[in-house]
Design a protein around this ligand. Structure first.
Ligand code: GLU
Length: 494
């Protein structure tokens, strides 16, 4: 245990994409540990990657963490004594700390240009040795470095890592971990644009925010020696590290959107109860002494013990989640169930859907038939209903009956990739993107739009495609594209 008295923990997502199940999983254990120990749980937004961070992503992360039942004591939207809690608002703090390291000699200015570094790596690759910074600027004369800086040469600040020996640390879950220092690069701390890297900002903030325990995913283990070197250089006491096992796809690879839905939005849109999803995430890292599988967050808090966390690789098994969800659904009274369903088929969603189907609705009882694909997650992809007559083709495609399927598969993959970069789907923007895509690739809009309709709705007839896609939302659209790609793959192989 750390000698600091009050437990303070944090979850520190980077707002660069959809709200990820992994963030909820890590957030959960941090929150539970704080509650168990009467401590504080902090949400810190690590938005130092200026190009990829965006406010929509930050908002979605907060909203979905709250939806699943994770609530913090301090954070960007709540404030608190150790704010600001958004790293982009703390840049002066990082510069000041980088300067301290330069002054003490623990860090140095590196004037190597990106071109030189690329060249260096290419040579290292050719030679078959270690890839890493060759430390050319590490021993530059301080006077010379000063002059080059005064002359306006661009530079980064790098950490002077020990070149031999090893870094040994205790992980509260995994025991002793050893790293030969030779394998650790002279990490960049401050980029040439003056923004800190993850390593510097993370360590400075954990210290200034008085974090006592860092529960984070296993993938950060290789960063820990770099962090420890920083704690040492600053003369600070490091927190206790707890690296939780990474969530896995069923094939045991690190969980990824290609193989498993990862956005919390998907789980809400697929109709999982937040308490069931939270319970499921708890089971990924924890089992109750009596092995019961259905338990609430409060029950977890009252039984939680850091020493009983699991180290095994947790597989994200959707069937198991579905089973657990059904258990939670059974616990609801009919009134509670009705409330959940109203929360799922919200007035807001109905108000958006109704104008689209209004004219096709001849009797009220036709409503469910006309709208089920707006609510259901799985609609299937009716590959046999595809009637692609023209597609961007090569002369030789002529005899290949699978050529249109191949062409569509390629198109869907490219469109999906584009969709994945969007914070949310908007009809006009989608239409423009698909039109541009057709222009670029030679698809006839009529053909591609028809196929897209089948993918998005599972039907050949639907209200205006792009408005429909906007309401269906990113999680459903991504999922249906992925399923269609899978189905096409199967059909091509047959
Ligand atoms: N920003 C890092 C992430 O996105 C935080 C890792 C850590 O907890 O140190 O997960």
């Amino acid at each position: 245990m750390s000698s600091k008295s009050t437990v303070r923990v944090r979850v520190a997502p980077s707002p660069t994409g959809d709200p990820h199940v992994g963030t909820a999983y890590i957030g959960l254990f941090n929150m539970v540990f704080a509650r168990r120990n009467g401590g504080q749980f902090i949400l810190r937004i690590e938005d130092t990657d200026q190009k990829r961070s965006n406010p929509e992503s930050e908002q979605a992360i907060s909203d979905y963490l709250r939806w699943v039942g994770i609530e913090w004591d301090e954070g960007p939207d709540k404030g608190g004594p150790k704010g600001p809690y958004r790293q982009s608002e703390r840049t002066a703090i990082y510069t000041e700390h980088a300067t301290k390291l330069l002054d003490s000699g623990a860090a140095y200015r590196c004037f190597c240009t990106p071109e030189r570094l690329t060249e260096m790596r290419a040579e290292q690759r050719k030679a078959g040795g270690n890839i890493g910074y060759d430390r050319r600027c590490r021993d530059l004369d301080p006077g010379e470095a000063e002059t080059r800086m005064q002359n306006g040469e661009s530079f980064t600040v790098r950490m002077k890592m020990p070149v031999d020996g090893e870094t040994v640390f205790e992980d509260a879950l995994r025991g002793t971990i050893c790293y030969p220092n030779q394998q650790i690069d002279d990490q960049v701390l401050l980029k040439s644009d003056g923004f800190p890297t993850y390593h510097l900002a993370n360590v400075v903030d954990d210290h200034l925010m008085e974090i006592t325990h860092v529960f984070r995913a296993e993938e950060w283990i290789p960063s820990t020696p770099k962090h420890l070197a920083l704690y040492e250089a600053f003369g600070w006491e490091p927190p206790v590290f707890v690296h939780l096992s990474l969530l896995r796809n069923p094939d045991r690879s690190k969980i990824s959107k290609r193989k498993n839905p990862v956005s919390l939005e998907w789980y809400r849109e697929a109709g999982f109860l937040p308490q069931a999803l939270l319970n499921f995430l708890a089971l990924m890292g924890w089992s109750m002494q009596d092995e019961r599988e259905c338990f609430s967050c409060d029950e977890l808090v009252s039984e939680f013990d850091l020493n009983r966390l699991k180290v095994t690789e947790p597989v994200f098994d959707l069937q198991k989640l579905e089973w657990l969800n059904s258990q939670w659904m059974r616990l609801l009274s009919p009134e509670e169930l009705a409330t959940e369903i109203r929360g799922f088929m919200t007035e807001e969603r109905l108000t958006k859907i109704l104008p689209l189907i209004h004219e096709r609705l001849h009797r009220l009882d036709g409503f469910t038939e006309l709208t089920n694909y707006f609510f259901a997650m799985d609609v299937g992809f009716p590959v046999d209903d595809l009637k692609i007559k023209r597609w961007p083709t090569k002369e030789t495609d002529g005899d290949d009956p699978k050529a249109p399927l191949r062409a569509l598969n390629k198109a869907l993959k490219a469109i999906l990739e584009e969709i994945e970069t969007l914070p949310k789907l908007e009809a006009e923007d989608l239409e423009q993107r698909l039109r541009d895509f057709c222009e670029r690739t030679g698809w006839k809009t009529k053909e591609l739009f028809m196929a897209t309709r089948l993918v998005a709705t599972g039907r050949a007839a639907s209200p205006p495609l792009f408005e429909t896609m906007e309401i269906l939302g990113k999680a459903r659209i991504q999922y249906r594209f992925r399923q269609a790609i899978e189905t096409l793959r199967g059909a091509i192989k047959k």
